[in-house]
Design a protein around this ligand. Sequence first.
Ligand SMILES: Nc1nc2c(ncn2[C@@H]2O[C@H](COP(=O)(O)OP(=O)(O)OP(=O)(O)O)[C@@H](O)[C@H]2O)c(=O)[nH]1
Ligand SMILES: [Mg+2]
Length: 1105
Amino acid sequence: MGHTTLDKIKALQKNPANIRNLCILAHVDHGKTTLADCLVASNGIISSRLAGKLRYLDSREDEQIRGITMKSSAISLHYASEEKDYLINLIDSPGHVDFSSEVSTAVRLCDGAIIMVDAVEGVCPQTQAVLRQAWLENIRPVLVINKMDRLIMELKFTSQEAYTHLQKILEQVNAVTGSLFTSKVLEERADKEKEKDKEKEKEKEDIDPMGCSGSEQVYDWSAGLEDSDDSQLYFSPDQGNVVFASATDGWGFSIQQFANIYSQKMGIRGEVLRKTLWGDFYLHAKAKKIMKGAHTKGKKPLFVQLVLDNIWSLYDAVVTRRDQDKVEKMMLSLGVKVMARDSRHSDPKVLLSAICGQWLPVSQAVLSMVCEKLPSPLDMTSERIEKLMSVGARRFDSLPTQTQELKTAFMQCSCEDTAPVIVFVSKMITVDAKSLPQNKQRPLTQEEITQRRELARQRHAERQATSQQTGNEEGNAHAGSTAPAVLSQMQALTVAAKPEDEGKQIFVAFARVYSGVVRRGQRVFVLGPKYNPAQGLQGSTSMTGSLPPVPHLACCTLDSLYLLMGRELEDLEEVPPGNVLGIGGLEECVLKSATLSTSPALPPFIPLNFEATPIVRVAIEPKHPSEMPKLVRGMRLLNQADPCAEVLIQETGEHVLVTAGEVHLQRCLDDLRERFAKIKISVSKPIIPFRETVVKPPKVDMVNEDLGKQQKVAVIHQVKESDTLHLDPSGLVTLTTPNRQATVGVRAVPLPEEVPLLLEGSADLIRTLEQAGQAQRDGRFLDMSPRTHDALLGLKSKLEGLLQGRKWRNAVDRIWAFGPRRHGPNILLNSVEGYQRPSVWHCLERDKGEKDGDNAIRDFDNSIVSGFQLATLSGPMCEEPLMGVCFSVERWEMNFPIQRTHLDSVGDEDSNSHDAPASSSESPQRRHEDIGAGVVDCYGPFSGQLIAAVKEACRHAFQAKPQRLMAAMYTCEIMATAEVLGRVYGVLGKREGRVLQEEMKEGTDMFIIKAVLPVAESFGFADEIRKRTSGLASPQLVFSHWEVIGSDPFWVPTTEEEYLHFGEKADSANQALKYMNAVRRRKGLYVEEKIVEHGEKQRTLGKNK
Ligand SMILES: Nc1nc2c(ncn2[C@@H]2O[C@H](COP(=O)(O)OP(=O)(O)OP(=O)(O)O)[C@@H](O)[C@H]2O)c(=O)[nH]1
Ligand SMILES: [Mg+2]
């Protein structure tokens, strides 16, 4: 196929039924970019000889050097099937786990995906992750099993063995999709049941208001699974959604192709072959029939006999034996002709690619499958649209009617002028200003060449005319006047890059049009993530001003539109719906992603699903301090250009960059140095995050001797009592504010291990709960979707399940707040006797408003929460956030100012804090009215003091318990051969890693090791493993959880046995202390360390003394 022209693509863009937007997803190195090369070559953009070697879509230099993709990039291709012309908008995505955010941005813009699996490695961790992402975005996948040649050449499988192996891979992939599907069906079924229940209850109430009919209901848990159609879901070659390929050798096939070949050759109906070529069928030669039961009868399955055997013998003849005669015979029977230079090439792979490229071209197999099996933009399901539009906890049917009507615009994908324009920008990419189409020197078109020729001819004629009339003044003047005119015309035709654009980075939005035609120069609304269409529809929204008076709504102009062609961009005037495109001129109004529309009724799309958590942080500063502004600007650009990187300025003034992993960090730094800041920078060592927590007192000491009560002494010594601070032996800390008007008593209790995990995992839910609580306090009601409501109730009951025992009685109902940032993994508990306040769950009950007023110290309730938030944000060990700590407020008293002691005093024995001022204390309700004018005194506003007191009390309460650091842990899956296994274990052991599981991959000599490893020890891990195993094992590190470090950083020997064992100094390596001191040193905090231990010894070192 020749080079597809821009006009052709423009024409194809207008027919959404024949557009396919798809991305290629897989684990790292499974061959995505190589396959993309083959597809690009089919359009004549690169030569087919270079396909697989060039990796055209890896346009960055570092991508080429490292050999991995780091940014997803798009290209539009043309595919002509027998009947129709298709436009394929293809996005190649990275497979490395550090760049999984790039996958999210790609998946959002597509309707389908090619999932690739390496035939040797099978399903890997990222394969599962991308399948889940495709699933979450409701896009349809097809499967390509790549690197089939490795089965022949590396593993030396026979065709029969390969068949069994392929079956296993398919089973693995289907198991992953199966589990996703089942969980969804069960969830939906539960929803339906609930709705039915509600209806039934209503009916029951109508008929029988007393509710005394009591038939027991029985549920069948598997019901629903049988009725739902899952045949579309599974990958099976006979369904036509699987292609077997070798992208480097340029071949690939689906069952369809072989069915066509053999139906002609053998006279069997194609339909029959399509159903039987994969599966337990064999050919009964005598009866000339296809029979079932190849396995039991020990026959060759059809797939082996008719498909694999041919490929195996081709490889055998061409590559292994290099049998010229046989190759020629085979070429003759396949009807393939190759060029002489290919057949004589010293590398047999060249000949092989030449033959296969004609016999079973991979692009043909993949593209025809894609066009047939993946949906067009017109087939967008209403479920997907509703999901995209239901941002936050809002329900689709609670949206304004005008908004709901927009659903039809999505479904119709209409290009009429009346259709609203809906565009989603999933990320911002940067391109060099000089590579923009308007700045590029294009090859001249035919007309331009004629025009130039005409100009040159004119000039020549004029010059001749002037030379004939030498001495003629008039003639000279004439020539002088025309020449500049011609010159300026010439200049207008050659567009050169402006020098000031040199090296400048321009942002182009990576986007898709869902409805309406986007035109250059058009004005659209930019909908912020918090934009509420209900507000937009009420207010006056016009696009004339730059900022309509509605919150979270802005306007912008689409300056330029581009067709994304890998490294190249092409200018477009307009883009019809259903296409992927680039938009220039949005850098001012779009940070990372955005929803654009001409209709203010559109809600913003739901945020992208990011699988990776940014965890590796470094502090950055310029080498020359004067270049700070450049760095700041550069970091701002970097933040905009990367979907996952975070840039922040810490309180200390440091500029911090947070990335998903080491490779991602490297790329961000390179970008900063070479593109965005263009200065030399110095980078700190990675800042490793820790969490602080408390644990139950240990029962044995460091030498495993049983501890009596001795340990407590060692723990408690850290809290120094003063006149306002009192610590009781059970760990209750009582603190009075400086003006002595309030006393709080706080105790820290470790939460059971599962609770912080649950809270971390439910951060979004808790945030919604917090919003709902806030709304309720403001007298509004947040319309929550029933699913969110149920999820919150589920969370509550899970917490109740985990917080069992006497200590936690009614704890869940007493939860006052979560922290830090109001949704963290720590709990504030209200254990104040006589103080009633609604719990955090209160807002889930619709009918009850907040009852208030009777409980007047509620006015200061917020100060307690704020104090708790501050205390949990940075702990006393090394100012890192807390995790898994419950602060139970057991006392809260408000005392009168001393001069007001004349008021009645109802003694409250509870106030046994010896430091309490000589004031009376009474029940909080009665005291409140007296706190007013007197509270603003020399110590500042009262609420501020209370916040500080609560914070301090929490910190002391924390210190009164055995404290521990928690380390962030990575999980990694390492694939290694038996020979290098020992070395892998060696590296893991050295870095405090722990092996969780080791299993052999079936059919290969590979082992899969699952291990966890502290993030603090992970830098350089991947490199070290690769070096030690000569490149055979390559781990992928994914953040998994926080783990308590066993050793106590404050440990000193206390028992006799410990003295004996560790000596008085006990300076054996204490991992936790090492980490803690490193963090303290970095933050400029006090580090308790003896630098010079024995001063006198140093003195003796001097020779001349
Ligand atoms: N033997 C064999 N090697 C292949 C095949 N396809 C790709 N490779 C090799 O696998 C390596 C990785 O290929 P890429 O196309 O860069 O893989 P990728 O999936 O794009 O990798 P990332 O983008 O980094 O996730 C390259 O060295 C390819 O030459 C194949 O069919 N057979
Ligand atoms: Mg790649």
